[in-house]
Design a protein around this ligand. Structure first.
Ligand code: GLN
Length: 380
């Protein structure tokens, strides 16, 4: 049998690769982004209760209505944007799936998609698998800010979408009001859609506001905004998220979704419908994560790694220039084997493999994990 690959240049994701290396070496895994502390026990109990109460059959394709109602309330509260549970919100198995579905909804073969590198690793294959053309714009090293001149220069008749990600994975950069103004000018009077990856909406640090596209009605009109439950409630393995979009876009989004996952795990949606009702359950996250980030940074300041500025996500990036001249991929492979700590090389987030000698650590870990990991990193 001969199969013509749709993704001939795509290998195994760097997260899976580094997690496998970490397991093999018995290392502390600060690579793949996931918390190692327990999730909220009440939420766990609510899921168990939902199962006992018999919520074990298919949820509606678009998501369990009371859950979508609480999402709408949350959005209204946080971003002052009224959205309708039926017309605008679709529950998905995770944020990554929401992004894939949004791109598949929009793209025709030959369309161009602007995105920023370093980029979360799913964007590029998502574009290619749809027969579209990736147009990568490098963020400015080391601030990782968007250079809008470069974005404008990349615009053509075929530009169909722009992917934004704030707080940004892997760099922790966040959008500013001036980025929003630039974005507004960029899309004005065009048929360019916005796919906004906002899975770290609540992991925003240093007292900064999260500039969700939902705050800007003119931008929302052309946007698919993707969120994650796993990132908010420390349960990445749940693979639960949602996409918010205008009515006509949501209609098309659901056409793709209904013949893919169709619907998501019912007991979790029933549990979340009540858990989401208390804003404290998500509003407490920035302070909780800031403590972890500050603790991690403070301990790391005793190592030879140098932190680059970050303002969100649960990642902190570091340059290792003072330690080694190895490529970042070589560096993390040696690190996991010789020091017992796994990290992610930032070059993996570039199509070209651009290597600024920067690595990403996930600090969403228990205090003892952070202490032990940094203790090991001190020896490097
Ligand atoms: N979002 C997570 C990260 O950036 C991992 C997701 C995955 O493993 N696919 O580390």
């Amino acid at each position: 049998m001969k199969l013509q690959s749709k993704l001939p240049n795509t290998g195994t994701s760097i997260f899976a690769t580094m997690s496998a290396l970490a397991t093999k070496a018995g290392a502390i895994n600060l690579g793949q982004g996931f918390p190692d502390f327990p999730m909220n026990a009440t939420l766990v109990e609510l899921v168990a209760k939902a199962m006992r109460d018999g919520f074990n059959q298919y949820a509606p394709m678009q998501g369990y209505l009371p859950f979508r109602e609480t999402i709408a309330e949350k959005i209204n509260l946080l971003y002052k944007h009224p959205v309708h549970p039926d017309l605008n919100i679709t529950v998905t198995p995770g944020g990554t799936y929401a992004i894939y579905t949004a791109l598949t909804t929009i793209l025709q073969a030959g369309d161009e998609v602007i995105f920023f590198e370093p980029a979360y690793d799913s964007y590029l294959p998502n574009i290619i698998v749809n027969g579209a053309i990736p147009v990568a714009i490098p963020l400015e090293y080391p601030s990782y800010k968007i250079n809008w001149e470069k974005v404008r220069a990349a615009k053509t008749e075929k530009t169909r979408a722009i992917i934004l990600n704030s707080p940004h994975n892997p760099t922790g950069a966040v959008l500013t009001e001036s980025d929003i103004e630039e974005l507004r000018r960029f899309v004005y009077d065009t048929n360019i859609f916005i796919v906004s990856d906002e899975v770290y909406e609540h992991i925003i640090l240093d007292g900064l506001p999260h500039l969700s596209i939902l705050r800007y009605p003119d931008l929302f009109d052309r946007a698919f905004i993707c969120f994650s439950v796993g990132k908010v409630f420390h349960c990445t393995g749940w693979k639960m998220g949602y996409c918010v979009a205008p009515e006509t876009l949501t209609k098309e989004f659901r056409k793709v979704h209904q013949f893919n996952a169709f619907s998501c795990f019912t007991p979790a949606q029933v549990a979340l419908a009540s858990f989401f009702q208390d804003p404290e359950n998500y509003n407490s996250l920035p302070v909780f994560m800031q403590e972890k980030r500050d603790f991690f940074q403070e301990l790391m300041s005793e190592t030879k790694f140098r932190a680059l500025p970050t303002h969100g996500s649960y990642f902190q990036i570091y340059t290792y220039n003072k330690i080694s001249k190895d490529s970042d991929t070589e560096f993390v492979k040696n690190l996991v084997a010789s020091c017992g700590v796994a990290a992610i090389p930032v070059s993996a987030f570039y199509q070209s493999g651009k290597d600024d000698h920067v690595v990403r650590f996930c600090f969403a870990k228990k205090e003892e994990t952070i202490r032990e990991a940094v203790g090991r990193l001190k020896s490097v």
